[in-house]
Design a protein around this ligand. Structure first.
Ligand code: SF4
Ligand code: SF4
Length: 67
């Protein structure tokens, strides 16, 4: 399965990636990062089709998808 890596300290918590993931695999996190935002996270046990929509839509370019 593709691997999704989110740079939690650069994430601004806008949740655009959460809205655009066709698998519903991302969600807002609970812990605050260094900037006081709640970074998105990949849900435990979720699936990923490697479409990279999350990476494309992220305004901070802090998501990488490895296939
Ligand atoms: S789109 Fe980018 S900045 Fe916004 S929550 Fe997702 S990872 Fe964070
Ligand atoms: S690559 Fe596609 S399926 Fe995987 S988490 Fe990102 S938007 Fe969702």
């Amino acid at each position: 399965m593709p691997k999704v890596v989110i740079d939690k300290d650069r994430c601004k918590g806008c949740l655009l990636c959460v809205s655009f993931c066709p698998q519903g695999s991302l969600s807002g996190g609970e812990k605050l990062n260094r900037s006081g935002a709640r970074p998105a996270r990949f849900k435990k046990g979720a699936s990923c089709v490697g479409c990279a929509m999350c990476a494309l839509i992220c305004p901070e370019c802090c998501i990488e998808v490895y296939k």
